[in-house]
Write a protein that binds this ligand. Structure first.
Ligand SMILES: NC(=O)c1ccc[n+]([C@@H]2O[C@H](COP(=O)([O-])OP(=O)(O)OC[C@H]3O[C@@H](n4cnc5c(N)ncnc54)[C@H](O)[C@@H]3O)[C@@H](O)[C@H]2O)c1
Length: 188
């Protein structure tokens, strides 16, 4: 059966190519961003939705019967909204909380969160193990760590299958990251 995946941040660096990759692999994709992002692909339906708009999130998840949600929408990067840290919290933390709650209520099975290595804070050089403690040193990184903790709460308390990918700095969706997202979205 065709799986339906909701992707936020549809117009972004990561969301846009991911939507193409999922649609090309036969997923039905519901693409969300602030404004409608056009995808000329028969497997993609695009809608405008503010991340913090609670009724909108519920309406879309209720009608879509989605199997998975990939949350790419965010204020992305520690350098963005430097002068408005509250806006980072509002968008990244409250936006994630809104989608987690809508996913719980409308029984979306899996929630894939785009976290960041900024959630770690400063680290030693070389590969970073997953167990490395999160000690962010900017508001953006803190918003990513906070969202990961929310995801863990929904996972353990409410049974939502959640996973967070701590993405390094990327100007494009490379093949490795691509494959991980596609694999993570496959709800069998
Ligand atoms: N690109 C990277 O280097 C990188 C690294 C680590 C983590 N990440 C994370 O990956 C995710 C995607 O990053 P990206 O590079 O594609 O970012 P991006 O800035 O290119 O895209 C983010 C998208 O989110 C949308 N958005 C922002 N605020 C919104 C709101 N209030 N309502 C609805 N939509 C909103 C934007 O319109 C945009 O299309 C983010 O969570 C980011 O923190 C990215």
């Amino acid at each position: 059966m065709t799986k339906t995946v909701v992707v936020t941040g549809a117009g972004g660096l990561i969301g846009r190519p991911l939507i193409w990759a999922l649609a090309d692999r036969g997923f039905k994709v519901i693409a969300l961003d602030r404004d409608v992002v056009e995808f000329s692909h028969r497997n993609v339906q695009s809608y405008a939705a503010e991340l913090t708009d609670i009724p909108r999130a519920h309406a879309i998840l209720k009608s879509s019967n989605a199997d998975a949600l990939v949350h790419c929408g965010a204020i992305s990067g520690p350098m963005v909204s430097n002068d408005n840290p509250f806006w980072i919290c509002e968008t990244n933390i409250r936006g994630t909380a809104n989608l987690l709650e809508a996913a719980r209520i409308h029984e979306v099975q899996r929630f894939i969160y785009c976290s960041s290595i900024a959630a770690y804070g400063p680290t030693a050089e070389g590969p970073i193990p997953e167990e490395y403690p999160l000690f962010p040193t900017n508001v953006y990184g803190a918003s990513k760590a906070a969202s990961e903790h929310l995801l863990a709460g929904y996972r353990y308390q409410h049974g939502l299958e959640g996973l967070a990918l701590r993405i390094g700095w990327s100007m494009a969706l490379d093949d490795g990251l691509h494959a991980r997202f596609v694999k993570a979205s496959r709800v069998d």
